[in-house]
Design a protein around this ligand. Sequence first.
Ligand SMILES: Nc1ncnc2c1ncn2[C@@H]1O[C@H](COP(=O)(O)OP(=O)(O)OP(=O)(O)O)[C@@H](O)[C@H]1O
Length: 312
Amino acid sequence: MNSKAIAVTGLRKAFGEKAVLDGIGFEVAAGSVFAMLGPNGAGKTTTVNILATLMKADAGTVRVAGHDVATATRQVRAAIGVTGQFAAVDELLTGRENLQLMADLKRVSGSQVVDRLLERFDLVESADKMTATYSGGMRRKLDLAMTLVGNPQIIFLDEPTTGLDPRSRRTMWGIVRDLVADGTTIFLTTQYLEEADQLADRVAVLDQGRLVAQGTPAELKGQIPGTHVRLRFAALDELDTAARALPGSTRDDEELTLRVPSDGDSKSLRALLDRLDDVMINAPEFSVHTPDLDDVFLALTGHKTAEEAMAQ
Ligand SMILES: Nc1ncnc2c1ncn2[C@@H]1O[C@H](COP(=O)(O)OP(=O)(O)OP(=O)(O)O)[C@@H](O)[C@H]1O
């Protein structure tokens, strides 16, 4: 495989009159985590389905593991694993039987593979219980374990932690990090900004069928105004002097603070500190504030994420 695990250009898909994907393009480097971030109905599952050869695109090119999904379905399928929102777990089988079934389907021989996965996902104790008795978190783990049978190079995780409690979510994140450390490429979709921030090397924001932004989490945060330095002074005359020395800043006389717009990088911070030195002022408190992905989402799409709206 070349260094691009996934390459997509001009991808379009409509259901009837409704354009769900309106010409999107992106690339995913091998061995990295790419997060597609978007609210309910943005088109995330549709994208996963097309990339995983489960659905045909109307237009555009999609290459996965170096193969065109339209013409080399078999080769693409051999290279990928897919974990969806609706788990492939059979409730009437035990965890072990589900894994063994997957191993048989993928023609992976030996019960060792199954044992190792049960151990890795901390499912040994429940291995011989019917999965109908599993919690949501256990089921997700089993589903992901089933995806890993046969060591796929590229894994699609469609909203892997939706509905999970914070602890199970962190366990999932740990598993994703381990997979990437082993060289696996991960394409994940999420509605959770924190998840994208925590896991992804690159993030693409999908809104109403279009990618409204792409970049590293830090780049996305840097795209919107809002990074600033907050300085607190010991006395009003010092605040006065500093405010004069730093044009464009906003002062709060009660708090004795000054808010200075900044790129937040070392060069601009040094320049700011030099200005304070020039006028011989010391700020006992100094902090850099970077907007989070919630701010980015709001700025890019004009509306809040479902997660944020729910929290209000
Ligand atoms: N097979 C289908 N037939 C008709 N419309 C569909 C079909 N699949 C998806 N859609 C519509 O396409 C839009 C995008 O759906 P998709 O499932 O890709 O969104 P999503 O971003 O994954 O959202 P969610 O988080 O709710 O799963 C939705 O409006 C959905 O109703």
